[in-house]
Design a protein around this ligand. Sequence first.
Ligand SMILES: *Cc1c(COP(=O)(O)O)cnc(C)c1O
Length: 377
Amino acid sequence: MHPRDLSDHVAYEAGRGIEEVARELECDPADLVKLASNENPHGPSPAAVVAIRDTALDVSSYPKAAHTDLVAAIAERWGVTDEQVWLANGGDGAIDYLHRATLEPGDGVLVPTPGFAYYGMSARYHHGEVGEYALSRADDFAQTAETVLESYDGERVVWVTSPHNPTGSTMALAEIERLAAETDEETLVVVDEAYGEFADHDSAVDLIEGRNGYDARDDVAVLRTFSKAYGLAGVRLGYAVVPGEWSEAYARVNTPFAASELACRAGLAALEDDEHVERTVETARKSRTAMYETIDAPVWDSEGNFVLVDVGDATAVAETMQERGVIVRDCSSFGLPECIRITCGTEDETDRAIETLNEVLATGAEDADGETEVTDV
Ligand SMILES: *Cc1c(COP(=O)(O)O)cnc(C)c1O
């Protein structure tokens, strides 16, 4: 007896955890700076912490009212109906729900490369076929309708990440509208706005609702998460905003109670705490600017809470930085073996990351056998 053939399924490689690295380096986790997973350097909203504490005694019950209340609060925030909000176990859970709601076995899903690995993983779990469209380094990973349409072949779902992970580029709403208009009627364009709070852009919810001069569309959905700007990565809470026509499908694809009581109560509190989100966004903007201005290597413009840096040999540079206590993301697994991604930290964390990276770039990273390797920038 064996599981089904999973040879097409690749394991997700998360950013390294601080405990994991501290054990390996035999040092105190407090001496390490982790800027590898785009987490919030200010932690969760203090209001969410109180809500989680206050909810502890209620966790013996299934989440019912908390789920309803949070859906209503999110719907109000976006000016959509409650039925259009598909709450899930993280943004990743919402990716699964959208695939469950759309894919017949063998249907195609088109994803960006470089890009977020879970779109393809989830599509394969749901018996979909994965195709890719390339964001070109020569174009600074620019995103237009054309970049996607060149590779489009009638897929059922097209994923657009805006701001894009790991490059930080965005697709303008007018281009997303063109993409939705020029793909088949039965193609859903999902705009993943996991980093939407950090961008100077309107949300693609405008395309669903027909606001700000756009006509309402029934072939666009938007993905959002509490993991990044809201600082709740550990509670696992995200959602999709879907067209009104789609609302009935939720009850049929939702894993019962996947958004937990703790997650829903934390989310409700965090949603009210505008100050925490504003502070987080402000910190990310300052950190991005500091990194553009002072890293001695090419840094791409980013609308997210991270920047992509061309360091030559990402694995060697990331490993050497880690030995010096700064954990960043080696982007080899994204298909960019010459780049690292650095999450925007607090001012002190950002300064330490810049200093460490510049030292490594100046003196050369050590390769696996401990020999100094000159990085080719
Ligand atoms: C972080 C992230 C998500 C969602 O993450 P969750 O923690 O599952 O909410 C979705 N898309 C992209 C591009 C991300 O970087």
